[in-house]
Structure formats: C-alpha cells, structure tokens
Design a protein around this ligand. Structure first.
Ligand SMILES: Cc1cc2nc3c(=O)[nH]c(=O)nc-3n(C[C@H](O)[C@H](O)[C@H](O)COP(=O)(O)OP(=O)(O)OC[C@H]3O[C@@H](n4cnc5c(N)ncnc54)[C@H](O)[C@@H]3O)c2cc1C
Length: 327
C-alpha cells in the first residue's frame, strides 16, 4: 500500500478549500467500510485521505418546514433506528435495516452509502484493469455476470450497490453538494449517472465537492412507502434485486406512485412507464406482473443473469401489493 497523508479538517469550509486546492489527489473518508478496502487492495492510491469525522455537526436527522434534513455523516444505524423515519418513511427504514450487518451499519454513513463504489468483481480485483479503472474492456460482458446489470449496461455492467439510494429516490429526495463555490442542491435521481455519461464515477460529484446533506420532502397524509430486497443469503448481503416504492394510496389504487429498482442497473433504476401504467387504476397482482413484464422488455440480460427478470416481476409486484394492505 502506498503511503498517503491524512487530513483532518475541522470545518466543511476547510475541507472545501482542501478539495479546491488538491482536487483528485484527495479521497474523502466517512465510516471507511468501503474506502479502506479499496485502498488496502490498491484499487485506489490516494495522496491525501480527508477524514469527515473531524468535522462536527454533519450527523443529524431534523424535521424542518421544507422537509426532513439528514446530515451525510449520520450512520446507517442511526437512520435505521430513528422513530421519525420509521413512522413516516417506512421504505427508508426498511432499506436502512437491510444494509449489511449491525456492525457495518454502526460505522457506515448515509453519505458513504450513496457514494460507495461498485461491487463488480472485475472492478474489485486489483489485477484486472476494468473500464472503471481506465481499461478498454468490460470483462463482465462476456465473462462471469450473474450479479451484473440487466438495464442501462452497454459499456459497463456494474450494478449500483446502495440500498438507501433507491429508497430515497422513491421518496423524491435531494442532495446538497458543497464546494468553495457554495452549495448546489440536486435531486438524488439526477445525482447518479450511467457509465455512458461518466465511466469513472457513478455520480455527478465533482472533485471539489462533498455531499453535505440529504433532504426528503415532508410525508403527506395517505403517503406510504416500502423497500423489498431479494438477497442470496439470509445474513448480510447486497441486493440481487430490490424495489423501492412510494405513493399515495386510496382504496386499491395509487394517485401517485414512484418505483425504483436496485441491483439491476449501474444506477438506481426508475420505472417511469410502469408508474404511469399503474397510476389511477385498480391494482391487482396480475396487472402488476403485466406492468413489470412490459418494463422488462427494455432489459438486456447477459449470459448468467436472465433470472433477474423473474425476480423483478416478483419483487416489484409484491412491493406494490404490500402498500395496498391495511396495516
Ligand atoms: C461486507 C459489506 C457488506 C455490505 N453490504 C451492504 C448492503 O447490503 N447494502 C448497502 O447499501 N451497502 C452495503 N455495504 C456498503 C456499506 O454499507 C457502505 O459501504 C457504507 O454505508 C458506506 O459508508 P462509509 O461511511 O463506511 O463510507 P466510506 O467507506 O467512508 O466511503 C465510501 C465512498 O464514499 C465516499 N464518501 C463518503 N462520504 C462522502 C461524502 N459525504 N461526500 C462525498 N463522498 C463521500 C468516499 O470517498 C468513498 O468513495 C456493505 C459493505 C461491506 C464491507
């Protein structure tokens, strides 16, 4: 492992100045559950690692007039056990509880979860120069691709590993990105980018920026949400396929619905057409399965991951149906 310097900024402004000066030389560390592995395995070779833990006041969950504000350094465990999140944003509560193991949830942060790097085995193998590391070939395309993308691939077939991202996008969350230029707020959906837009990063975060805060609109009466995750092992595991659904329910229909899949694409995968097809109609399981099959016409599975199509059909319809049940 190459030597690097540790920076311990005391304020977010100090960190922004460091990033403005040193740019790509700096890697941010929050809980370190992902970053340390990448450094130890020499996938990354930072010159400077800047510790976000030395900056106070980045960990909070606050209900304000315009929504719920969550600091980027809030741990996944804090999110998972917060009563407001549990009562008003059930899907996010379920997603947080499904992340990794209790030990990792105690250390891993929300900001780190959204900015974590892909788990593609070709990317994680220090011997392989995958496209994400500057190579010219996606090894998953003709190689082992059981866990890879069925939507949005093309030049690179990673799947986005975050459980919190689909849940937050289904809730229409925004992120505040801080730099010396000030702060820009973007929808979390637009935060993530496909490999065809940027092969080296999974999001729009510039080298001078840090994710400071996540904001969720206030939950309205009648709004419900859920997160259903299919994983291969009963203990901790990443999603093979997951579905985050939120919406306004009345009887057996939705006046508003947002559906975001996890584990199937290089970014959390929003199903706009499926949402339109469901909105306003009396929903039954067979209608949902039909809607899912239509959405899956855009899927381009690889040799080993065709099975994800069946999983999408089941996970999606079960997730939506669960919101119709009276609790
Ligand atoms: C064994 C294991 C199992 C896991 N299982 C799951 C799972 O089931 N579901 C799931 O969603 N995740 C899973 N993860 C991933 C883990 O949950 C996330 O890695 C964790 O939330 C990341 O948070 P962190 O604070 O440790 O991030 P770090 O490791 O500190 O950082 C991760 C990345 O985000 C960047 N970063 C961190 N904070 C910021 C910020 N505020 N602004 C800009 N960039 C930032 C870092 O530079 C780094 O690139 C697993 C990880 C492991 C090791």
């Amino acid at each position: 492992m190459k030597n690097f310097k540790m920076a311990e900024p005391q304020t977010i402004e100090q960190l922004a100045s460091l990033l403005a000066k040193e740019k790509e030389k700096v890697f941010l560390i929050a809980g370190g559950t992902d970053l340390w592995t990448e450094i130890k395995e020499e996938i990354l070779e930072p010159e400077i690692v800047a510790d976000l833990r030395t900056i106070p006041n980045l960990s909070y969950i606050r209900k304000e007039k315009d929504g719920v504000h969550i600091g980027a350094m809030t741990t996944v465990a804090e999110l998972a056990s917060n009563p407001l999140i549990e009562q008003e944003y059930r899907g996010l509560h379920q997603a947080a509880n499904s992340v990794a193991s209790p030990q990792l949830r105690n250390v891993g942060t929300l900001g780190g979860n959204l900015c974590q790097r892909p788990r593609c085995w070709y990317y994680r193998d220090p011997q392989i120069l995958s496209r994400k590391k500057g190579g010219s070939k996606c090894f998953a395309f003709q190689g082992r691709n059981k866990y890879h993308a069925i939507f949005g691939g093309g030049i690179c077939y990673i799947v986005h590993p975050s459980d919190l991202a689909p849940a937050l996008i289904s809730l229409d969350a925004e992120v505040a990105l801080k730099s010396t230029q000030g702060e820009r707020v973007v929808s979390l959906q637009d935060f993530f980018v496909l490999p065809s837009i940027n092969i080296r990063r999974e999001n729009i975060l510039g080298p001078e920026e840090v994710l400071r805060e996540i904001r969720i609109p206030l939950a309205r009466k009648g709004e419900k949400s859920t997160y259903l995750k299919f994983k291969e092992r009963g203990a901790w595991d990443f999603a093979v396929v997951s579905a985050a659904v939120s919406g306004s329910v009345s009887g057996n229909s939705f006046s508003k619905i947002r559906i975001v899949l996890g584990g199937v694409a290089p970014i959390p995968w929003r199903l706009n057409k499926a949402e339109e097809a469901i909105k306003g109609k009396k929903v039954t399981e067979s209608i949902l399965r039909q809607v899912a099959r239509e959405a899956l016409q855009e899927a381009r599975p690889l040799k080993e991951n065709e099975y994800k199509k069946d999983l999408v059909e089941v996970v999606l319809s079960r997730a939506v149906m669960s919101l119709l049940k009276k609790v």
